[in-house]
Design a protein around this ligand. Structure first.
Ligand code: THU
Length: 160
């Protein structure tokens, strides 16, 4: 038996003002997308904006459903929209902003496991890392240099 340690490195910025200006802009776009979330059940709104290598920005927000499991997270709405609209464009980065509409959310909200799995598919496909930035409604912003960094022991096509 041997012990295997898995390490990830994240970068934590104290506020939105600290991140590079172009990423601030992308986060602002994610915030605009968040305002279009349809979250009448959870009242938890999430917005995602992703930048393609041609400069285009693709948006997503969570879309809920009376049949709860039929809803979809913001990150997957955005990544599948990108895959459907611009299948040959690499994705440079994704900005995510999330929080409850009832209680202010000041801590950074990472993408859920299902969204990480969905995003990593495109990272593997494009053979280039996708930067992930995430935050709550206000406060600190976390950067991960790749999605794989948030999803150790990834399940991808190499195992099929
Ligand atoms: N949600 C997202 O949009 N992204 C995540 O990564 C986690 C959760 C949404 C799904 C649901 O509409 C609401 O947040 C509460 O779970």
């Amino acid at each position: 038996m041997k012990e295997v340690k898995i390490e990830s490195t994240l970068y934590v910025y104290d506020s939105l003002n600290e991140i590079p200006q172009d990423v601030q802009h992308l986060m602002e776009q994610a915030s605009i997308a968040r305002d279009k979330a349809y979250a009448p059940y959870s009242k938890f709104s999430v917005g995602a904006a992703l930048l393609l290598e041609n400069g285009e920005i693709i948006y997503g927000s969570n879309q809920e459903n009376a049949s709860y499991p039929s809803g979809l997270c913001a990150e997957r709405t955005a990544i599948y929209y990108a895959g459907a609209k611009c299948p040959n464009q690499k994705i440079v980065r994704m900005a995510i902003i999330a929080g409850s509409r009832i209680n202010p959310t000041t801590s950074p909200i990472p993408p859920c496991g299902a969204c990480r799995q969905a995003i990593v598919e495109y990272e593997v496909k494009q053979k280039e890392a996708i930067e992930i930035y995430f935050m709550g409604e206000t406060g600190k912003v976390v950067k991960s240099s790749s999605l794989a960094n948030l999803l150790p022991l990834v399940f991808d096509k190499s195992v099929l």
